[in-house]
Design a binder for this molecule. Structure first.
Ligand code: ADP
Ligand code: GN1
Ligand code: MG
Length: 357
């Protein structure tokens, strides 16, 4: 594989030392300073050409805005390096798709929040990203994964996985399935609000994990939002809810001791403050009304996805140990329960932060 990767790099006119990098669940990332090489997961992304067109269009739009505001576009958004044939990706004979970005130096990603200010700055970066794309024509984007945050179809996918019981794992997950079924009425609340127009369709990132924003080593501030594969038309609530699902958990996504997992209200406050700083002027009332709920829904949806993948035999998310997806699903459901307890206070905090602005 190493040899092959060097051949791939040559297609981009790059000759550099290379090693594996990052903790993503989807793509394979390699560092080849001053570049990043990625193999696009074509099992997950069925239209890599369309995906690269999306990223190219978005980053061009962001570049112009960053330049206008006096920023440095080479650092504040991703820069696609073209192949020697002028393409945005390289396709191998084995149908693997590779792309190269400029490496963003002097910045890091965090898998867990170490200091609440990191989360505040991460929120500002995601909010600013949302804001800068608010005048981008969403209908020009390809749906890189159709129904990505359609919680209703995610629920249907789980029902199908239960019916198929491909790996005979059903007996083990009775409690989790009962947990999901009890909450089936939640799955269409945001979808319905989008359908009736009370929530606007926006360009959204759709995968706002803290480790998808690069944080400057010196200033601690958010530099660049990365991992743009899932940028599609969607709801701002997907980005807000998913970021809190991941970042405001007291533990990691695969913690097996569930007594260590709860939803951290302090981190919730830091994130919401940072996010409001950038997006409050563009929010509509229904978005504000559903913000706290979106945290619960996105966490619930992610738990459903992990559980479905577990039942289907771990074909989607990368796993590193036995029952990895089941453990991930369990942390998400533990968080959902805790968020349900805290929903009133979350709504109250949102109201107070708006009044204080
Ligand atoms: P995945 O979809 O697998 O999560 P990412 O695009 O998020 O892949 O990349 C994985 C990791 O690689 C990121 O968390 C980040 O640490 C690092 N990374 C990705 N792109 C860059 C870049 N342009 N510059 C520096 N580091 C990067
Ligand atoms: C995946 O690619 P990565 O690791 O940032 C997944 C997200 C999930 C997340 C759970 C394209 O994100 O949707 O929320 O894992 N990305 C895709 O950790 O499915
Ligand atoms: Mg990522």
């Amino acid at each position: 594989m190493e040899y092959k990767l060097h051949q791939v790099l040559k297609q981009f006119n790059i000759n550099a030392e290379m090693s594996s990098y990052g903790n993503g669940y989807i793509n394979d990332t390699y560092i080849a300073k001053p570049y990043i090489l990625q193999r696009i997961n074509s099992n997950v992304f069925k239209n890599p050409e369309g995906l690269m067109e999306n990223i190219s269009a978005i980053t061009e739009h962001l570049r112009k805005k960053i330049l206008l505001s006096g920023g440095n576009p080479d650092r504040e958004t991703l820069t696609i390096i073209k192949t020697k044939d002028g393409e945005k990706y390289f396709k191998t004979n084995e149908n693997d798709y590779f792309r190269v970005y400029k490496f963003i130096d002097n910045a890091v990603t965090y898998d867990e929040v170490e200091d609440p200010m990191q989360f505040y700055y991460g929120a500002k970066a995601f909010g600013k990203f949302q804001n800068m794309l608010s005048d981008f024509p969403a209908d020009k984007l390809y749906d890189t994964i159709p129904n990505f945050h359609n919680t209703a179809t995610r629920f249907e996918d789980l029902l199908k996985a239960i019916e198929d019981n491909k790996c005979g794992r059903l007996e083990e997950v009775g409690k989790e399935i009962e947990f999901v079924k009890k909450r089936r009425r939640d799955v269409s609340i945001i979808l319905d609000a989008m359908k009736d127009g009370s929530i606007p369709l926006r360009v959204t990132h759709n995968d706002t994990k803290l480790n998808n924003v690069m944080i400057d080593i010196d200033t601690g501030e958010g530099v660049c939002v990365i991992d743009l594969d899932t940028v599609m038309p969607g709801s701002l609530l997907y980005d807000y809810g998913d970021a809190l699902r991941y970042g405001a958990s007291s533990g990691s996504e695969d913690e097996t001791d569930l007594s260590k997992i709860w939803f951290d209200m302090n981190l919730f406050k830091y994130f919401t403050k940072g996010y409001f700083h950038e997006v409050l002027p563009i929010l509509v009332p229904k978005e504000i009304e559903l913000m706290a709920f979106s945290v619960k829904l996105m966490t619930f949806e992610c738990g459903i996805r992990f559980l479905t993948d577990y039942l289907n035999g771990d074909t989607y998310f990368k796993i590193h140990k036995e029952k990895h997806n089941l453990h991930r699903a369990r942390t998400q459901f533990k968080l959902v329960s805790d968020i349900e307890w805290k929903m009133d206070i979350m709504n109250k905090t949102i109201g107070e932060l708006i009044e204080g602005n």
